[in-house]
Write a protein that binds this ligand. Structure first.
Ligand code: UDP
Length: 239
């Protein structure tokens, strides 16, 4: 018998870098195809999936601002980068037969639906994967905050934050030999210790609304499904 998923509705947050593969920039077709097939598996379990993708593989507002660009303009460019990633992921998902909708927080009707909460929920109920593009639509925010906000709005039970490390460590495991991995943490631990889970805005939004975050490693195949089936991999952040 098929294993029973632990969640009915999830929000999966992918960083832009997750799409870049070895080249470290842009979108690697093989990498994005792998992600799409992992998402397809989860959809196949009957789980409703919403996605938020970052833009760091194309453009990062803060980085451009530090080199002299106006911050708000740079952030809008960053948001547009997330829309490009959203369209790329939509394409990969539809190639493997997953029905999707992209909803953008910045209106651009020719390429994506506008973000309409109730409509997003309806798509999810119909089994469509909804990809939320353009972050929150506001400069000075991040896609982690967009992920927290959208997760709350659609009533997702959890945020699955896919990273390159298999959880949250006491120190950078690549640099510190005896860095330990935390199986679970509280929101306050993350905020007080300044752990690199999500930024403080995103973390406190989750804290205020009791939304758990699972940080896990996307580079190892099958992990999205494992998390959805309730296997304890990665690090859980909760109250
Ligand atoms: N961004 C923004 N508002 C948002 C979300 C994103 O201004 O609500 C901009 C910001 O410039 C950010 C860029 O989009 O640097 C890409 O998003 P992010 O850095 O969160 O992507 P990731 O690190 O996950 O790839």
């Amino acid at each position: 018998a098929e294993a029973k998923p632990r969640y009915q509705r999830i929000l999966l947050k992918l960083s832009g870098e997750a799409l870049a593969g070895q080249q470290g920039y842009g979108i690697d077709p093989e990498v994005i195809a792998n992600i799409a097939s992992e998402i397809k598996e989860v959809v196949g379990l009957g789980v409703q999936v919403a996605l938020v993708i970052g833009g760091g593989n194309i453009f990062r507002g803060v980085a451009a601002a530090s080199r002299g660009m106006d911050r708000a303009s740079a952030d809008y460019m960053g948001m547009l980068a997330t829309v490009m990633n959203s369209l790329a992921l939509q394409d990969s998902l539809e190639k493997v037969g997953v029905v999707t909708r992209v909803q953008s927080a910045i209106e651009m009707q020719e390429v994506a639906e506008p973000y309409i909460r109730r409509r997003a929920v309806r798509h999810l109920e119909k089994g469509r994967v909804v990809i939320f593009g353009a972050g929150t639509g506001n400069p000075y925010f991040t896609t982690d905050t967009a992920a927290s906000l959208r997760a709350m709005e659609i009533g997702a039970e959890v945020i699955l934050k896919a990273t390159k490390v298999d959880g949250v460590y006491s120190a950078d495991p690549a640099k510190v030999k005896d860095a330990v991995k935390y199986p679970s943490l509280t929101y306050l631990d993350v905020l007080k210790k300044g752990l690199q889970v999500m930024d403080a805005t995103a973390t406190s939004l989750c804290m205020d609304n009791n939304l758990p975050i699972v940080v896990f490693d996307l580079t190892s195949t099958g992990n999205i499904k494992k998390v959805v089936l309730g296997e304890s991999i990665g690090t859980v952040v909760k109250g």
